[in-house]
Design a protein around this ligand. Structure first.
Ligand code: PDD
Length: 299
């Protein structure tokens, strides 16, 4: 697989950063993950807007790749050279505050950010989706700026590992008796027929899939409330599902040993997945339909 590092394309095995990189030393950087379908970045602008906002919050000057045309060019080259213009893939981009001797405060103005990007083949987890998955709850011990997509993911890593050790697909964070989000997904529950999810405040990442799924739900006249699921709500949940770039809509049928709803993927999750998949496919058509993507994505 090919990588892009600070303006150059090179084999990923040859892409290295100095040990003084602030991403390595402090986790001082942000990242994004795009879904790629038929060589096109799904919801390209929304991911780029979240990245730009994150850079602003961290006060890192946006490098060239934060321009839509440069981003598309880099992604296109990586996908082409990695033979990923067909089928599904992910595009990963990370920007750190750059390389400087270790001091906590920012390095001198003008220190160039480190820019790294790569692509990977992606196989959507359709087997698990059709059966439904299990999740584990984990205390949400993260900082109070979970709205920024920083590379500081240690609590997420530990949570996901704890879930994996219990045979669960995802760790669901709980803070003060409230479900916030997953280690790499947002969480939605259905209670009394209403889709509930944590509002986009400082305690969760404003997920792009979350936003798209909520738009689809409203278009389908489903009831939506940006009010979180609480721990006491869990026994009454009719459905629970994860939403995210690498999960789409993933039904959760068990939390630990507690069965959710009917114990099978529920009708709301299934319909939302069908509609999300349809939207993904129409907004990212194969390239012999060039142009159609731009039209449907802007509708
Ligand atoms: N994670 N919440 C967290 C903590 C996340 O890390 C992610 C995405 C999401 C879902 O956001 P989106 O729908 O924009 O992917 C929610 C990516 C995929 C990752 O870290 O691999």
């Amino acid at each position: 697989m090919l990588a892009y590092l600070n303006g150059q394309f090179l084999p990923r095995s040859a892409a290295t950063v100095p040990v003084d990189d602030r991403g390595f030393i402090f986790g001082d950087g942000v990242y994004e993950v795009w879904r790629v379908i038929n060589g096109r970045l799904f919801e390209s602008e929304r991911h780029l807007a979240r990245l730009t906002r994150g850079l602003g919050e961290l006060r890192i000057s946006p490098p060239e790749i934060a321009r839509a045309d440069v981003l598309e060019r880099v992604a296109d080259h990586l996908l082409n050279e990695s033979d990923l213009k067909e089928g599904e893939a992910t595009f990963y981009l990370e920007i750190t505050r750059g390389v400087a001797p270790r001091t906590h405060q920012f390095p001198p103005a003008g220190t160039p950010p480190t820019v790294y990007a790569t692509v990977n083949r992606f196989n959507p987890p359709e087997d698990v989706r059709s059966r439904g998955a299990t999740a584990a709850t984990v205390p949400d011990v993260r900082w109070l700026r979970c709205d920024i997509k920083t590379v500081q993911l240690l609590p997420n890593v530990l949570a996901k590992q704890a879930a994996a050790e219990r045979g669960a697909i995802e760790a669901i964070f709980v803070r003060d008796g409230v479900v916030t989000e997953g280690s790499h997904t947002n969480v939605m529950g259905v209670l009394d027929g209403v889709i509930r999810t944590h509002p986009t405040d400082n305690l969760v990442l404003p997920g792009i899939t979350r936003a798209v799924v909520l738009e689809i739900a409203k278009r389908l006249n489903m009831s939506v409330s940006e009010e979180p699921v609480t721990v006491p709500d869990v026994p009454r949940l009719e459905e629970l599902f994860l939403v995210g770039t690498t999960s789409d809509v993933m039904p959760i049928i068990r939390i630990h040993d507690h069965v959710i709803g009917s114990g099978r993927p529920g009708p709301i999750a299934r319909q939302l997945f069908t509609e999300l998949r349809r939207y993904m496919d129409t907004s990212c058509p194969p390239s012999d339909h060039a142009g159609a993507g731009a039209v449907s994505a802007s509708q």
